[in-house]
Design a protein around this ligand. Structure first.
Ligand code: UDP
Length: 456
């Protein structure tokens, strides 16, 4: 890990508290690096589940919460699903977090540290106990929204959508548009199972003193404006965070360096990169259709098959017998790839994704059009924006068969429709780049955030 040189110090410390999932850790650690680079000192408070290795960040100070239940989850195989983990974090981490904060604040009060007061705590709003603990210490709290702002806007309206009778959506109505949130359809809304958690997340966000968002105005301007009207606190859209620092090489999984070497042997824009993130899973039947669809498309592919991708299976070798031999020339399969590096490789011409928000942003930032296969939660809303709003991807419907998969892959990679998507996503990439340059929207927002943090 490259150590980023700090600009002149501004004698303020920030405490950062990420939720322990890859899609939440990456943006928080990127934010930490950006703010370090702006002169803040950084303390990261970690939950003992998927903790990042502190030796990769020698310029940050780390604290680990005491929590034997979550520590044991790290050793479980297979690990519990993410909803169980977050529920247990919220049930069991409040007291350890209070103890940890109390220790950090009392150390900060010593003569040695008085030169470097703590400006604020920046936390993930999935951890819904943080607000009340921070308030009890009189500590200003900012939240980092790691998902899209348009999804946050939907979460804010869940109770009124329920009152209108959208839940549970009735079979025939699923494909109807949702007039309140174009271009979403009813089927894109988060299932009622998650509403309690999402509504608490909104409360935790609204009661903070500011919201940092990993997005940029050029793709979410109207949602950002609406959230700003709804929320009583300032909103700072400063993304895409991963484009602003070299710390993106964060991984809680073992790194596989061979993907890049393989990509280097492939023709420009010829390879479809396939990955469904770090949490989502699919049935064995879906997995097999996907595998055969890839094969039938005749398009070269790099596919991440991580342990846990197939529901109820930790099998090391879930592929059909003989599959690897058949695809040997054309396909490369790994358990983990350094995604932002893969997407920026000249050989990659498309991304078959679950549309987690980080993956969506990373694809846009490299000008790579998408084949969208959302699997749960906000991924359905992200995919709809990709396909129907920005028109930089092709959405696959659930239950899709291998022949249709192969056709969709060829459309994205080889046909005119895909070429138009590539041209539109290249425009968005340029907008993202401009937003980060001096005078750009995210650049200005970051400047405002820094002044705001210094005002506490
Ligand atoms: N990621 C990666 N390699 C992989 C799979 C994922 O580097 O093989 C990273 C990816 O770049 C992204 C994060 O893990 O930053 C996943 O976040 P996202 O929001 O896309 O999906 P989630 O895993 O949270 O569903």
């Amino acid at each position: 890990m490259e150590v980023v040189k700090q600009q002149s110090k501004i004698s303020r410390r920030l405490l950062l508290f990420p939720a322990p999932f890859q899609g939440h850790l990456n943006p928080m650690l990127n934010l930490a690096t950006i703010l370090y680079h702006k002169g803040f000192s950084i303390t990261i408070i970690q939950i003992p589940y998927n903790p990042v290795n502190p030796t990769h960040y020698p310029h940050f100070t780390f604290h680990l919460l005491n929590n034997s239940l979550l520590e044991s989850y790290s050793k479980n195989s297979p690990p519990p699903d993410s909803v169980t983990v977050i529920t247990d974090i919220n049930k069991t981490c409040s007291e350890p977090f209070r103890d940890c904060l109390s220790q950090i604040l009392s150390e900060a009060a010593t003569i040695d540290q008085i030169q470097e007061p703590i400006a604020a705590l920046i936390a993930d709003p999935l951890c819904i106990f943080v607000g009340s603990v921070a308030t009890s210490f009189n500590l200003p709290r900012i939240v980092l929204r790691t998902g899209s702002v348009s999804a946050l806007l939907v979460y804010c309206s869940l109770s009124s959508l329920r009152e209108k009778g959208y839940f549970p959506p009735q079979g025939t109505k699923l494909e109807e548009p949702l007039p309140e949130f174009p271009p979403l359809k009813l089927e894109d809304l988060p299932s009622e199972t998650y509403h309690d958690l999402l509504e608490t997340l909104v409360r935790e966000t609204k009661t903070s003193q500011g919201v940092i968002c990993n997005t940029f105005e050029e793709i979410e301007d109207s949602s950002i404006a609406k959230v700003q009207q709804t929320f009583p606190v300032p909103i700072f859209p400063i993304g895409p965070l991963h484009k602003q620092c070299p710390a993106s090489a964060i991984s809680i999984s073992p790194q596989d360096q061979t993907s890049i070497a393989w990509l280097t042997t492939q023709a420009p824009k010829s390879v479809l990169y396939v990955s469904f993130g770090t949490v989502a899973s699919m049935s064995k039947t879906e997995f097999l259709e996907l595998a055969w669809g890839l094969l039938q498309s005749m398009v070269p592919f790099l596919w991440v098959v991580r342990p846990g991708l197939i529901q109820g299976s930790e099998a090391n070798d879930p592929l059909p017998e003989g599959y690897l031999e058949i695809v040997a020339e054309r396909g490369y399969i790994v358990k983990w790839a350094l995604q932002f590096e893969v997407l920026s490789h000249p050989a990659v011409g498309g991304f078959w994704t679950h549309n987690g928000w980080n993956s969506t942003l990373e694809s846009i930032c490299e000008g790579v059009p998408m084949l969208c296969q959302p699997l749960f939660s906000d991924q359905f809303m992200n995919a709809r924006h990709v396909s129907d709003n920005w028109r930089v991807g092709l959405k696959l419907e659930k239950g899709i068969k291998r022949e249709e998969i192969a056709r969709a892959i060829r459309k994205l990679m080889l046909e005119e429709e895909g070429a138009q998507m590539r041209s539109r996503v290249t425009d968005l990439k340029e907008k993202a780049d401009l937003g980060l340059k001096e005078g750009g929207s995210s650049y200005k927002s970051l400047k405002k955030l820094i002044s705001y943090l210094l005002s506490f």
